[in-house]
Ligand binder design. Structure first.
Ligand code: ZN
Length: 273
C-alpha cells in the first residue's frame, strides 16, 4: 500500500513537470500566491489541486478555454456540413430551413415543425405530405431533414429513382438498403411519381418495409391523392400501402403551384412596366 506522504511526493513530482508545460506568453505574470496569470484575459493558467499543495498544475485560462470551445464548435459545424452534403447530394433543397420559410402555409409549417421536434427527441413517427405540384412539400420535408441534421442526427433525402441508381451502381445491393434503414431520418421525396415497373415496386416495398422494421422515423412527399392510397390500383401498390399505413400521419398540402405563381408574378411585372 502507498503511504500518504509517498503519494503526495509522487503527485508533487507530476505537478511540477505539468507546471513546466504551461505555455507562457510575454504578458503573463505571477500573482501574490505564486500562480501564473494570463496577461491577456487576467485569469489563472495554473491552479492548486489541494489547498496546502505548493505545486500548481496547468489549467485553461478564459481565452484558451474560449478558443477550445470555438474550435470544438467549428468542428461540429463542419461535421453537420459534411452530413448535409451526404444527405442532399447536390440538391438545391440543402439550404431549406424553418427560419427561411416564407410562412405562406402556417398550418403546414406548424405540422412539420412539431414533427421535427418529435423526431429529434427520439420519436419514430412517419409523416406523409400529399398534395399538388409546387405546394412546398419537398421544401418542408427538407426543412425537417435539416432540423434533424442540426440536432446531430444523420439523414438522407432521396427519391425512389435515386435509390434505383444507387442499386445499379453498387455491387452490394444489401448495403444500399442497410443504409436507408440505419440513417437517423429517411425522406423519400416524390413518392409514387416514378415509372411503374415491377422492379420499381419492389424497391418501394423494400424501402418502406425495411424502414418500418428499423423502427426509425420517415417522411414521404407525394403527388398521389388519398384515393390512390385508399383504393390501390394493383396488388403491388396494395402491399406497399398496407405496410405504409401502419404508422403514417398524413397531411394534405393545399395551395397553388408556387412555381406557376412565381412565373405569373414575374410575367405580371413585365406587362405592367
Ligand atoms: Zn487568457
Amino acid at each position: 500500500m502507498i503511504e500518504t506522504d509517498e503519494f503526495t511526493n509522487v503527485f508533487k513530482a507530476i505537478a511540477i513537470r505539468a507546471a513546466s508545460a504551461v505555455p507562457v506568453s510575454e504578458d503573463d505574470y505571477t500573482d501574490e500566491s505564486g500562480l501564473l496569470i494570463c496577461g491577456k484575459c487576467r485569469t489563472p493558467k495554473q491552479c492548486r489541486p489541494f489547498p496546502d499543495c505548493d505545486a500548481a498544475v496547468f489549467c485553461l485560462c478564459k481565452c484558451m478555454a474560449d478558443a477550445d470551445n470555438e474550435m470544438a464548435e467549428r468542428r461540429h459545424q463542419e461535421q453537420i456540413a459534411q452530413r448535409r452534403t451526404f444527405c442532399f447530394g447536390g440538391s438545391d433543397l440543402s439550404g431549406a430551413s424553418f427560419a427561411a420559410d416564407d410562412g405562406r402555409n402556417p398550418e403546414l409549417t406548424a405540422c412539420c415543425r412539431s414533427f421535427a421536434e418529435r423526431i429529434t427527441a427520439k420519436g419514430n413517427d412517419w409523416l406523409l405530405l400529399w398534395g399538388g405540384c409546387g405546394t412546398g412539400k419537398s421544401y418542408m420535408a427538407a426543412c425537417i431533414a435539416n432540423a434533424a441534421l442540426c440536432a446531430d442526427m444523420t439523414a438522407r433525402f432521396v427519391t425512389v429513382p435515386e435509390v434505383e441508381q444507387m442499386l445499379w451502381r453498387e455491387r452490394d445491393k444489401a448495403a444500399v438498403y442497410d443504409e436507408m434503414q440505419s440513417v437517423g431520418l429517411l425522406v423519400i421525396d416524390d413518392f409514387g411519381c416514378e415509372r411503374k415497373t415491377e422492379y420499381m415496386d419492389e424497391i418501394k416495398f423494400n424501402l418502406i418495409d425495411g424502414r418500418l422494421r428499423s423502427g426509425k422515423p420517415c417522411v414521404l412527399t407525394t403527388n398521389l391523392t388519398m384515393n390512390d392510397f385508399s383504393a390501390p390500383k394493383d396488388l403491388a401498390m396494395k402491399r406497399i400501402v398496407s405496410r405504409l399505413f401502419e404508422r403514417l400521419t398524413t397531411f394534405q398540402v393545399q395551395g397553388e403551384d408556387r412555381r406557376f405563381a412565381a412565373l405569373r408574378d414575374r410575367a405580371g411585372r413585365i406587362i405592367s412596366r
